[in-house]
Design a protein around this ligand. Structure first.
Ligand SMILES: O=C(O)C1=C[C@@H](OP(=O)(O)O)[C@@H](O)[C@H](O)C1
Ligand SMILES: C=C(OP(=O)(O)O)C(=O)O
Length: 448
């Protein structure tokens, strides 16, 4: 199990209105995929705007261990000299994916149809997360996995020598599982078919097509049917990574709840499989607009403008929207505390197997801050108190979960008493510039 540095206690409190522009980093999902597909193509892929968060840096290190040449040219510009589909070498050491579910699950898929043996590990959070959801379908290709009780890391996988293509219906709404199967299918001869009943983020499909793979998506009564023809030669690409909507969520939500704020968050990727939070906030009555909508690198992009919104109302979030905002429920629950009335979130069982059990982590912290929360296995309700009515004054455990830490630091910008988190260290996994970005807008966020 990999280590974690000394805890970094942090706090936030009410202060001046937030204003200015928030330039959030590159998209985490797209950054992982750029490195992995770059490593599986033949020749040099250039990536601009790569997220240099720890999760992605761990994936970069892993790609080097598999034999790709990965170079950091500075200023967010990286290059990857790939080894081609089926060309992964057996790493000498253990692959440590740190805190990253996306990293470990996608890399397991990418190596599962190459006859090499690889041991994976991660931090205490990642070692508690389920890997069976990925190793079960990888076994259908012929890969063998041995790990701890309950399919946990550390885990050793031996890739299939003569992989068979598979047809697999993903049993949980998970882009990581879908992507692992597709990446494994790359080195299986013939057609691998993945079916998802609920659409999840589609960056893997878009990017595989961009790299020259033959991939067809059909919407059918069964769901979304994705057919990939194996053993293509992937062609290196020039990728410009859009800015991460999941990171944009934090300055946007901060501006909505902090009195007098007006913040512009430029160049945010608004792929419909990712933009559910912004739609939800608008339904709650948030003053949130999309300025200058355009398309960049095949992804819809706009500048988000968020202004203080004291009259938001709680709503029932449509469960069908869950996958498109799955990482944003923690910060939505914070906004919900400042809205009038209940916000009901259903069909969100997946929140219980993220970096932490996010329903439990948020419910405990919100209650400690004076907000009533009800919860069940796959639902929760936050009873909003309205603007100016949320006590705060709590210290919350971030549980090795960046989104929990950032959500409570956003909350403290509008509670009556400051909020504290015991460890802001995990924020560096996805949003290393969170603290300077927020203080640059005028937010009173600091190390405590
Ligand atoms: O594929 C991806 O890049 C991701 C998929 C989601 O996880 P699940 O596939 O477990 O839903 C999400 O929570 C994660 O932050 C990134
Ligand atoms: C769930 C997340 O990431 P991962 O699964 O990659 O650890 C997240 O970033 O919120």
């Amino acid at each position: 199990m990999s280590g974690h540095g000394d805890p970094i206690p942090m706090m936030s409190q009410r202060g001046p209105a937030l204003s200015g522009e928030a330039h959030v980093p590159g998209d985490k999902s797209i950054s992982h995929r750029s490195l992995i597909l770059g490593a599986l193509s033949v020749g040099e892929t250039v990536i601009e705007g790569l997220l240099e968060g720890q999760d992605v840096l761990d994936t970069a290190k892993a790609m080097r261990a598999f034999g790709a040449e990965v170079t950091d040219h500075g200023g967010g510009r990286w290059s990857v000299h790939g080894v081609g589909v089926g060309g992964f070498a057996e790493p000498e050491g253990v692959i440590d994916c740190g805190n990253s579910g996306t990293g470990v699950r996608l890399i397991m898929g990418a190596m599962a149809t190459t006859p090499i043996t690889v041991t994976f590990t991660g931090d205490a959070s990642l070692c508690s997360r389920p890997m069976g959801r990925v190793t079960d379908p990888l076994a259908l290709f012929g890969a063998k996995a041995e790990g701890r009780e309950g399919g946990r890391l550390p885990m050793t996988i031996t890739g299939a020598r003569d992989p068979m293509p598979v047809r697999y219906t993903v049993p949980v709404p998970s882009a990581q599982v879908k992507s692992a199967v597709l990446l494994a299918g790359l080195n299986a001869p013939g057609k691998t078919v993945v079916i998802e009943k609920e659409a999840t983020r589609d960056h893997t499909e878009r990017m595989l097509t961009g790299f020259g793979a033959d991939l067809v998506v059909e919407e059918t009564d069964e769901g979304r049917v994705i057919t990939l023809t194996g053993q293509p030669e992937l062609k290196p690409q020039h990728i410009v990574v859009p800015r991460d909507p999941s990171s944009a969520a934090f300055p946007v939500c901060a501006a909505l709840i902090a009195e007098g704020s007006d913040v512009l968050v430029p160049n945010i990727g608004l792929n419909p499989t990712r933009a559910g939070l912004f739609e939800t906030l608008r339904e709650m009555g948030a003053d949130l607009t999309y300025e200058n909508p355009r398309e960049e690198g095949g992804e819809p992009v706009a500048d988000l403008r968020a202004r203080f919104s004291p009259n938001m109302k709680g709503i029932e979030v449509p469960p069908a929207r869950a996958a498109s905002m799955i990482d944003e429920y923690p910060v939505l629950s914070v906004v919900a505390a400042f809205a009038e009335g209940p916000t009901v979130m259903r069909g969100v069982k997946e929140l219980r197997v993220k970096e932490s059990d996010r329903i439990d982590a948020m419910a405990q912290g919100l209650r400690a801050a004076g907000v009533e929360v009800e919860e069940g296995e796959d639902w929760w309700i936050v009873h909003g108190r309205g603007h100016g009515q949320v006590p705060g004054g709590a210290t919350v455990e971030s549980r090795l979960d960046h989104r929990i830490a950032m959500s409570f630091l956003v909350m403290g910008l509008a509670t009556n008493a400051p909020m504290r988190v015991d460890d802001g260290g995990p924020i560096a996994t996805s949003f290393p510039v969170f603290e300077p970005l927020m203080t640059g807008l005028g937010a009173a966020v600091a190390r405590a």
